[in-house]
Structure formats: C-alpha cells, structure tokens
Design a protein around this ligand. Structure first.
Ligand code: ADP
Ligand code: GLC
Length: 462
C-alpha cells in the first residue's frame, strides 16, 4: 500500500501529523503490511541505497522525481520532488506565515502521488489531510481503494477554481463554493474516511466543528470512522528516557521527583510543593492558550505554578513573555520548539494543561499520562475519548472543564490542585494513568482490519 503524508517524524515535523504518520507506519510494518511511506522531498533528506526515477506527469506539474531508499530512522522511504516543494519549513516562511503557493506546491505533489499510484498499482492508498487530497482526482477508473484521514479540518488548502480541470479527471468533485477544496473532493471520493478519534468523528458532522464540511461529512457518514491515534511508547518511556535527569516507573516514582526539581530550576521557580502545571504546544487559536492568559494573575490563589513551552503566534508569544516578567513566581514561558525540554515538561510536572478549543485527537495528553502527569483538559475531540474525569467517573484519568472557557478551566484547575494535595489520591491517579496502553498496537490493528476489508471488497468487485 501507499501511505502519503506531508509530515513524517523525524524527517519533517510540524505537529502531531508527523508523529501519527510515523507511529502508524512503523506499527503497520511490524504487523507485516508492506507500507510505502511517501512524502515530499523538502531537501536535505539523506537516504542510503537510493534509487531515483522520474514520474510521468502533466506539464503543469513540472519535473516529478522520486528518490527511494532507506532512511536511518524511518526505514524504507519514498521522497517525491516537484517544483517549489523543497523549502526550509513544510508550510511556513521565516515570519511564520504560510508560503503563498502552498496549495499549488501540494497540488503538484498530489498529482505526482497519483502518477506513482498509476505506475505501481498498489492494492490500497492512504491519504492524510488536505496536502495529499488532490491525488485522488487523478487515480482514474481503476482507482485502488482509498482511505482519507482527517487530522485537522481547520486546514483545507482551498485555492481558486482554475485547478479543478488540472488536478485530474475527477477534479469536478473538488468544486467547493466556486473554488477548489482538496479536502472536500477527497472526502467525496474516499472509500473510507478516518477521523483521528471517535469523538472527533461525531463532532465534525456538526456545524460547530465541521469547518464548513459537516454537510459532506454527514452525507458520507457510512464511510466515516473514528480511530484513536497512539503514541510511540518507546520514545515516550519514563523508564528509559535519555532526555531526563532520572528515569522512573509507576512502582518507583522517585525519579519523577528528581525530574520535578530539575524542571523547577529550569523554569526559575522556588523549590516547594506548590502544584506545578505545564503546557507543551503550538501557539495557535486551536490550542486555547489565550484562555489561560486571564488566569495567570490568579495562579497564586489556587495555588499553582505554570510553565509553558510553545512556539507559533508572535503576538501571543509576546504577551506570554510579558506575563512571565510580571508574575515570575508563578508563571514561566519558554518560547520555541524544544523536543528535549518537552520530555522534562511532561515528566517533571504535577499537572498538564490542554485548554483546546478543538482537538482532533491530541497526543500531548497521552504523553503526559505516560509520565504520570494527570491532564486538565476541555471536553473536545480526542480529549473526550482519552481523559474521563476522575471526579465523575470510576477509573477517571484527569480533570475536564465543562465548557471551553477560562472560568471552567479555572474550576478544573482548582479541583486538580485539591486532589494533588492528598498524597494517596495523587499516587493512585499517577499509577492509573501510567498503566494505560497508549501504544499504536491496537489502533494499527484497527487500520489493518479496515485495509483488509477494503482490499477484499475491491477484489470481489473486479
Ligand atoms: P498538534 O498536532 O495539533 O500540534 P498533538 O498533541 O497531536 O497536537 O501533537 C503535538 C506534538 O508536537 C506532540 O508530540 C508534542 O510533544 C509536540 N510539540 C508541540 N509543541 C512543541 C514544542 N513547543 N516543543 C516541543 N514539542 C512540541
Ligand atoms: C492534528 C491535530 C491533533 C492530532 C494530530 C495527529 O495536528 O491537531 O489533535 O493529534 O493531528 O493526528
């Protein structure tokens, strides 16, 4: 099968799509499925035992060249180069704005993926998000069964209608209010649509969460399934993590206290028992970090301390720097994307905050729980599937704010801090969240079953 994605850890990482593609890809390979991981050749990616060939594409695409070989971390990897795709960042320029030609870059890539499909006739194709959506327009009458994953409906890559004729014979399906929508067409033509959590699969069929595509998704409800992502439990393993000053397990949490001390020092706080909460995030509307802003002056009332590691929106970052200067005893902000520090932020914290406005799946709450750090979350998307409230459900795993609002987040933070103060309750909860299996094993089996059904159905049809 061909699995096409714009991000793949650790080759090109922007958000959770990279981790999800890599985690699923490698677990499917472990299950014996022959997965051809295909991504744009952003430049500077080293392969060994490389072969190279050109794809047969229409003139508007320009030269489409495949490099295929082994990548040191990923294993077998297929890179496609088309004009304009190689950039220092997959989507953003140096100022953090999207490249102006993003739609065009990925439409070229999509057309090249379709040419690879035509050349290699895989038994199945799995496309991810809008970046790969237009590929399906050019599969032709013998299209293999196609799965389309929705990692984030907020991004749709819409372009003008001149593309409808170019992208392929099925281009008309991509017509969307007089424009070209790479996602709407892919959703119309897919044999199966996967949302990255069951709750998100329900939400996106409603106007409030459908980003305009709720209608088409309702129309395809029989093809739509929700499969929760996993995390890479070898990378995210407190018992072996090389980024930590001390390792730990659920039966011996001493190392977690050492990590906590190291994190407190890193964030410049006093060394005491005040609950320490962290956030690791992209700074963008979706993640709701602005909802925490009015709570920062109130932290010492809970009492709680908060450390945020994040990068993205420059205005929000400036605001957070200012708040860190104004409230140095209770708030710290580290701007940047720092993988090593992120491990310490999960391991050393008492609580992990995720005030998302929407969250298709979310990986960070699972990463936090793996390190014995209970999450405080909003009741959206995959957070609903992964974080039952400990005050409301037997076997609960965290603290849920009823509404996406500062007030309700504050209430959940108060509840969390109160429970943490009772040592026995805290340890019971820590052990419980560390015992959950967040690995890709079960999700990958669900994907494998779905692929098998689709391939079998295609075989009986032909
Ligand atoms: P999204 O994909 O919407 O950003 P996810 O929770 O699915 O959210 O995945 C985000 C991934 O990126 C997680 O693995 C998280 O640890 C990582 N990450 C996000 N922001 C940072 C950061 N500032 N520094 C280091 N890692 C980060
Ligand atoms: C997106 C979503 C996130 C999800 C990730 C991987 O980036 O924002 O919730 O976990 O994709 O599927």
């Amino acid at each position: 099968m061909i699995f096409a994605t714009a991000e793949l850890s650790p080759v090109a990482t922007v958000g959770g799509l990279a981790a999800a593609a890599a985690g699923l890809g490698s677990e499917l390979r472990r299950l014996g499925i022959d997965v051809d991981l295909v991504m744009p050749d952003y430049g500077g990616i080293l392969l060994v035992d490389e072969v190279s060939f050109e794809l047969d594409v229409p003139a508007w695409v320009g030269a489409a060249v495949v490099r295929r070989g082994r990548h040191v971390d990923v294993g077998p990897l297929t890179l496609i180069s088309v004009p304009g795709v190689a950039r220092p960042h997959p989507y953003l320029d140096a100022d953090g704005a999207g490249w102006e030609d993003n739609s065009e870059r990925f439409f070229r890539f999509g057309r090249a993926v379709a040419a690879l499909v035509e050349r290699e006739q895989p038994d199945l194709v799995h496309l991810n998000d809008w970046h790969t959506g237009t590929a399906r327009a050019a599969f032709g009458p013998d299209a293999p069964p196609t799965v389309v994953s929705i990692h984030n409906l907020a991004y749709q890559g819409i372009a003008d209608d001149s593309w409808l004729e170019r992208i392929g014979p099925d281009g008309s399906h991509y017509e969307w209010w007089g424009e070209t929508n790479p996602l709407s067409g892919a959703l119309a033509l897919a044999d199966r649509i996967v949302a990255v959590s069951p709750h998100y699969a329900d939400e996106i069929r409603t106007p409030a969460h459908g980003f305009g595509l709720d209608g088409p998704l309702r129309a395809r409800r029989n093809a739509l399934v929700g499969i929760l992502n996993g995390i890479d439990t070898e990378v995210w393993n407190p018992a072996t993590d090389p980024h930590l000053p001390a390792t730990f397990t659920s039966t011996d949490l001493a190392g977690k206290a050492t990590c906590r001390t190291a994190l407190i020092e890193r964030l410049g706080f006093d060394r005491d028992d005040t609950a320490l909460a962290t956030v690791v995030t992209r700074l963008t509307e979706q993640k709701g970090i602005d909802l925490l802003v009015p709570l920062i002056p109130l932290l010492d009332q809970i009492p709680m301390r908060l450390g945020i590691l994040g990068s993205g929106d420059a205005v929000l970052a400036a605001q957070l720097h200012q708040l860190a200067a104004d409230y140095p005893d209770s708030f710290a902000f580290v701007e940047g994307y720092d993988e090593a520090l992120s491990h310490l932020m999960f391991a050393g914290a008492d609580l992990f905050l995720m005030p998302s406005r929407f969250e298709p799946c979310g990986l960070t709450q699972m990463q936090a729980m793996r390190y014995g750090t209970p999450p405080v979350v909003t009741a959206v998307g995959g957070l609903v599937d992964t974080v039952p409230d400990v005050d409301r459900e037997r076997g609960g795993l965290g603290f849920v704010a009823d509404e996406v609002s500062s007030v309700d987040l504050l209430a959940a933070m108060f509840r969390a801090a109160r429970r943490l103060r009772r040592t026995r309750d805290r340890t019971t909860l820590q052990k419980r969240i560390m015992a959950v299996d967040w690995s890709w094993t079960h999700p990958a089996e669900q994907y494998a079953d779905m692929y098998r059904d689709l391939v079998a159905a295609a075989a009986t049809e032909s």
